[in-house]
Design a protein around this ligand. Sequence first.
Ligand SMILES: [Zn+2]
Length: 375
Amino acid sequence: MAGKPAVGLDLDRTSNLEPRTSSTEPRTSSPLTETDQNGINRSSNLEPRTSNLELRTSNFVVGVDLGGTKILTMLADGAGQVLARVKAPTQPWRGLDAVLDTIVDSVEQVASQAGVLLNAVRTVGVGVPGLLDRDRQVVFLAPNLNWRDVPLGALLGDRLALPVRLENDANLAALGEYAYGAGRGESHLVYITVSTGVGCGIVLDGSIYRGAGGGAGEIGHLTVAPGGPLCNCGNNGCLEAVASGTAIARQARALVAEGRGAGILAAAGGAPEQVSARTVAEAAGLGAPEAVAILRDAGRFLGLAVAGLINLLNPSALVLGGGVLQSDRVLWDAMSEEINRRTLSSSLAAVRVVRAELAGDAGVLGAVALALAIT
Ligand SMILES: [Zn+2]
């Protein structure tokens, strides 16, 4: 397939690749007056696709992105316009009840900011960083929260006296980009985020694809380097073990420990413990050859996985987010080369490979979309 034209994958047009996050921030610094609300209504980036929406303006929804360090909460009207947002620390070490209190407080705060009574909220969508039983609305396992078998749906529903819908956070980030971000207008979208780990959410025919047991989308555990480094899952050579921010930092630290990688060490201020995926990217930007090599390898492995995914699913959009991909040109270029080389022409022609637009808001906007029943 060598020499095939790279149709549909114009990754060099950097002007289209910059995340457009600044204009997606709703204005919430003061209580929302009618004028403020009108201002938010003019924020085009926060207008979701509306094809499946019922425009019932007296109904509101709340989205909650429950993360290991922070809880982001937004309130939107029935048309999906975001009217208020609140950010609070999760502090999971304080225990389940304290986290529930913070979520309830956040929901009450966004309602108060927007001047909406809590009983005018029709659904609260909640993104959870873990494994769920969606039928029973139970969180099986959320390591970042130190939760096992937590009936979060029932607990929150009781406290708020509102219907609650739970969803995995990666699925909601995909849904957020689908409804509000880089995937607007697409029917088949795959979202991949590369940060400390590698996450993925799949929207097919406008619906989240979860698989038989909710385990779909685990692209981080696709084997791309048989015999490669050990992964957290117990396998060897998973994508996450060779291309995540954690893997990049680990390889760089190993080089530094061997007395190599002077450029990597310099970018970390001479302190080996400060070596991270970010400092490796900085070193690569300054031309440090060891840093460039590590990032090129990571990019190639990502490209292998992404090309396979495009060949398997024939998506119309592949949305790439997370700190590692957002910041790193070397890695992005290496990934693009592999995608161009390995993707079937027809599928390559049909897919837009783009950077995520919503940054840290993807999950909470996905939770809003979930509550609106956009999918
Ligand atoms: Zn794995």
